[in-house]
Design a protein around this ligand. Structure first.
Ligand SMILES: C[S@@+](CC[C@H](N)C(=O)[O-])C[C@H]1O[C@@H](n2cnc3c(N)ncnc32)[C@H](O)[C@@H]1O
Length: 229
């Protein structure tokens, strides 16, 4: 069972009994966390790109997917989001939070692609994210929201092997966003050849960005491997 609960910014999150963890940060706020640690930094870096492919790991309560649709809604950019998720119950929680119609729920539950905003499509790929990630083709994604549960609860989705696959399936100019600032995770990403950036947003805990090539983002600072904090 999942218990809905209000987070610091007033937005709703839930507690997941299987992983014993909330779907979002209670102290940063569910909406605030997803917007400032994932969606806005990535959208800023890709502001001039007409078509963007996003891999959302994982769908959860749907904030990363549905808030992305909102953020890109005033641009002419064409956005394709693939969300990975193993737990069908999450869709029913997301439906309450994002006011989804029965038709939308049915299509998403069936793994169909759906326009959730005029230029934004979403498809949920159900099942084990690890297996699906291994099967994506090389150079597929521009943006990856690396948002599983924490590394000690969701080990497979934070391993060195996982980051090697992310390196393979992302384009040369791509970005991985994540809330994790763990030294071990930064080392795993660095071993896969990603550059590591620390992201600071006002009034929020720091987060991380991994890229294949250098980026210029106002509040992001590159960290060298000798200096991983
Ligand atoms: C922190 S939540 C994601 C939050 C989501 N991005 C949002 O905006 O609401 C983590 C999600 O990962 C899913 N998950 C964990 N391990 C998984 C796996 N191996 N395969 C697919 N989904 C998984 C959980 O069911 C949970 O919904």
């Amino acid at each position: 069972m999942n218990n809905l609960i209000q987070s610091a910014d007033g937005s709703i999150t839930a507690f997941n009994q299987e992983f014993c963890e909330h779907y979002s940060s209670l102290s940063d706020g569910a909406k605030t966390e997803k917007l400032y640690k994932h969606i806005i930094p990535a959208a800023t870096l890709f502001a001039n790109q007409p078509q963007i492919r996003i891999l959302d790991i994982c769908f959860g309560l749907g904030y990363t997917a549905f808030l992305s649709a909102q953020i890109y809604t005033h641009t002419a950019q064409s956005i394709h989001i693939i969300s990975l998720e193993k737990n069908p119950a999450t869709l029913h929680l997301a439906a309450k939070i994002h006011n989804l119609s029965k038709e939308m729920i049915t299509k998403l539950a069936n793994g169909e692609s759906l326009f959730i905003a005029p230029h934004t499509s979403l498809r949920i790929v159900w099942g084990d994210a690890k297996t699906h990630i291994e099967c994506f083709e090389d150079n597929t994604f521009d943006i990856v929201y690396q948002d599983p549960f924490s590394p000690n609860k969701n080990k497979d989705l934070w391993s060195k092997e996982h980051f090697r696959h992310l390196y393979r399936i992302t384009k040369a100019k791509s970005v991985i966003t994540t809330y994790s600032t763990s030294r071990q995770i930064k080392e795993n990403a660095s071993e896969a050849k990603f550059l590591i950036y620390k992201l600071k947003s006002q009034n929020l805990r720091a987060s991380s960005i991994f890229t294949k090539s250098p980026i210029a983002l106002e509040n992001a600072t590159q960290i060298s491997l000798d200096n991983l904090a």
